[in-house]
Structure formats: C-alpha cells, structure tokens
Design a protein around this ligand. Structure first.
Ligand code: CAA
Length: 383
C-alpha cells in the first residue's frame, strides 16, 4: 500500500474487520429480504466508537482521523452496505457538519446522543424537483418571532424514518440563489415534520429512504446551523466528506465481491478442472484486483489530504467517481464468474451488485463528479 498506515490505523482496520465479519455479516442477507433497519448493529457499533468517529472526544466521540474512518467504513460495507450507508451519512455528513458549524449548545445537545447512537443522523437536501441542482429547491424557512416555519418536501432521505435528527436545507431568500439557502437542525418528532413515502429500492434495502414533509413545521431560531445563507456551503462541504465515504463503501463491497468470486472459482469445476485455472478468468481476477486497489488508493489519498488540512474536494470527487464506477463493474464481473448461480440468492454477489447500483448516483452522480473535477482542472489551468 503506497500510503503508509500507522500502527493505530492498522489496528482499527483489523478490529473492525473482525467485528464486521462476525457481527454484521451473518444477518446481512436476511436484512436485504426483510428490509429491517439494523438498529441493533448501530448500538454495537457505537460501543466500538464507530458512530462517533467524526465527533471530538469532548462530545463522547472518537475524534478519529479520516484515514481510520474510511478504513472502518470499508470494513462495515464489506459485510453490509445498508449498515454502511447509514454509518456514512451519520458520520460523514451529519456529525461532521454539526462539529464544524454547530454552536456550543447544538454540539452538546446533538453530538453526544449521535456518538452513542441514541439517535441516527439524516441529511435532507434533495427534493422531488431538485436533485443534482440543489439550488432549485423549493422548501422554505420563514422567520416568525423566535422561530422558523418550514414548508416543503424532501425526497430520497437516507434514515429519514429512523433518524433522530435531520439537517434540513431550505430557502430563506430565494432571490439570492445559492446564498439564500440555510441549514437547520430538526429533531424527529417535531410537530409539522412527517415521514411520507418509503422507497422500495433495488439495493441497500435495510436502509430507509423516504420523503420528509414539512407543513408549518416550527423550529426555534437556535436550530439554525451556521448563519442564514450558509446552507449551500454547508451541504457542499458535507458532501465532500460524504463522497470519500461513498468511495469507502464502494471499496468494501467490491472487495467482498472479489473474495466471493475467488472462493467460488476455486471450488467450481468445469471441463475437469477448477475454473480458477482458466486464464480467461484469471485475467478478469487481475483486472478486478487492480481496479479495487486503484480505488482504495484514491480513497486513502483523499482521506489523507483531509487529515493534513488540505482542500480535498477534487480528490473526494475523483475517489467517488472512480470507486463507484469500479464497484459496479467488479460486482457484475463477480456475478459472471458465478455463472447462473450468480443471479440466485444462494450466493451474495447478486446482493452486492444491487447494493452498488446507487453508488454512482447518490451524493452526486458520476456526471456531477465530472463537473466538479473538470471545473477544478480548468480553473487550475487558468492560473
Ligand atoms: N465546499 C465549499 N463550498 C463550495 C463547494 C465545496 N465543495 N463547492 C461549491 N462551493 C461554493 C462555491 O465556493 C460557491 O460559493 P461563492 O459563490 O461564495 O464563491 C458556491 O458554492 C457555488 O459554487 P459553484 O458555482 O461551483 O456551484 P455550481 O452551482 O456551479 O455547482 C454543483 C455546484 C457541483 C453542481 C453542486 O450543485 C452539486 O454538487 N450538485 C450535486 C448535489 C448532490 O450531490 N446531491 C446529493 C444529494 S445528498 C445525498 O445523496 C445524501 C444521501 O442521503 C445518501
């Protein structure tokens, strides 16, 4: 591995690998069928510090470095991508954003229960008519006395049903474009916020993805995150970290697919020998391994840049783009290796393939990542 992991980072990786394969993996297939939210997993993960990795120690968190965090997230994704996406949105976007922009009171109120997984964090930016273009969102937040009144609908909200606090963006002054969007902390159970349609998805089936509706939902002014007008910047900054998280999920799922394909190819005999002996398949294994390693290095380099306090936005988009495209290819190759068995529920590769599908879509599609990347490159060339 070109990035030298520290002794502590290797320890985190080994510890979470053992935990994930022993505790998270055995029930993943069942969860995919029942769509049951893995609440118990998060309790156990909180005991290991996994739900507070991006929270400073003074608020019960671990204050982990980004490299340790992505290594841990990859290990969870290896066993259960549904569990991993909840961990990722919770840590990468919600906890980290409150840590960065929250007031002391907000941090005390929300970070401690988030670190303990008493509550799970959700992030509500997307709307029915505003996905890749979040500035077009229509949810409004209007001041009334000491409160903001929220009205609108958010769509595709990960953990929107099972989350305990949601970071919600809304227009506070539509005439100002992206500078007219603000972010708010809305605890679950707030009058006027309700959970609507729950999506029946191809993958990540144990992670709830819902509509959140706001109808004259009143929240105290104290729940404004950052300043009025900071919402777009807050969302973009959160997504930079979130995108390294998607790369980590991609690497974890892809590694699981490769390992399953290796196991199967060694056992499966055709034409009088193990299919792992056929050069046609061996070359595919080689390509899968190279692509996974390349994605892993991009993920680690983005995380390392973040740890060094550098601007990692470009690297995060590169890691997200490459890794999410890679895992879609690798999981398809793993199914191909399994032949007909690959599309049955007797082997986990069909679940990996379904789980990976959304990775090129959420937290910025591959096309959006290419916009971010090309904007960075062309700006640099102008200098
Ligand atoms: N960090 C901080 N600020 C940023 C930023 C970043 N990464 N990117 C942009 N900004 C700031 C800019 O500095 C600029 O601010 P100023 O005007 O003060 O200079 C402002 O934002 C506007 O920037 P741009 O002009 O570059 O913005 P744009 O409108 O051209 O492009 C975009 C923005 C990249 C297309 C952006 O809209 C985007 O990323 N879209 C995709 C949205 C997305 O990822 N949605 C995913 C939904 S969330 C989800 O999936 C979560 C889940 O539950 C799993």
């Amino acid at each position: 591995m070109s990035l030298q992991l520290t002794k502590e980072q290797k320890l985190v990786q080994t510890m979470i690998r053992e935990f994930s394969r022993k505790v998270i993996a055995p029930t993943a297939a069942e969860r995919d069928l029942t769509k049951e939210f893995p609440a118990e997993n998060f309790q156990k993960m909180a005991e290991l510090g996994l739900m507070g990795m991006t929270i400073p120690e003074e608020y019960n968190g671990e204050g982990s470095d980004a490299v340790s965090y992505v290594l841990a997230l990859s290990e969870i994704a290896y066993s259960c991508a549904s569990t991993a996406v909840v961990m990722s949105v919770h840590n990468s976007i919600v906890c980290e954003t409150i840590t960065r922009y929250g007031t002391e009171d907000q941090k005390k109120k929300f970070l401690v229960p988030l670190a303990d997984a008493e509550i799970i964090g959700a992030f509500a930016l997307t709307e029915p008519e505003a996905g890749s273009d979040p500035v077009a969102q229509e949810t409004t937040a209007v001041v009334d006395g000491d409160e903001y009144v929220l009205n609108g609908t958010k769509r595709f909200i990960t953990s929107g049903k099972n989350g305990g606090v949601v970071i919600v963006t809304a227009q506070t002054d539509k005439s100002k474009g992206h500078k007219g969007i603000s972010a708010f902390l809305v605890p679950q159970g707030t009058t006027g916020m309700s959970v609507g349609h729950m999506e029946d998805k191809i993958g990540l089936r144990a992670s709830d993805t819902v509509d959140l509706m706001f109808e004259n939902c009143r929240i105290p002014k104290d729940n404004l995150l950052g300043k009025e007008g900071d919402g777009f910047k807050i969302a973009m900054t959160g997504l930079d970290s979130g995108r390294i998280g998607i790369a980590a999920q991609s690497v974890g799922v892809a590694q699981a697919a490769l390992d399953e394909a290796v196991k199967y190819a060694r056992k499966r005999k055709q034409f009088g020998q193990s299919i792992a002996k056929f050069q046609g398949l061996r070359f595919i294994f080689a390509d899968m391994a190279v692509n996974i390693e390349a994605a892993r290095q991009l993920m680690l380099s983005a995380a390392a840049m973040k740890d060094r306090g550098e601007n990692f936005s470009l690297q995060a988009s590169m890691a997200k783009l490459f890794a999410s495209e890679m895992v879609n290819k690798v999981t398809a190759q793993a199914i191909q290796m399994h032949g007909g068995y690959g599309v049955t529920k007797d082997y986990p590769v069909e679940r990996f393939y379904r789980d990976a599908r959304v990775f090129t879509i959420y937290e910025g599609t591959s096309e959006i990542q290419r916009i971010v990347i090309s904007n960075h490159i062309l700006k640099d060339k102008k200098k």
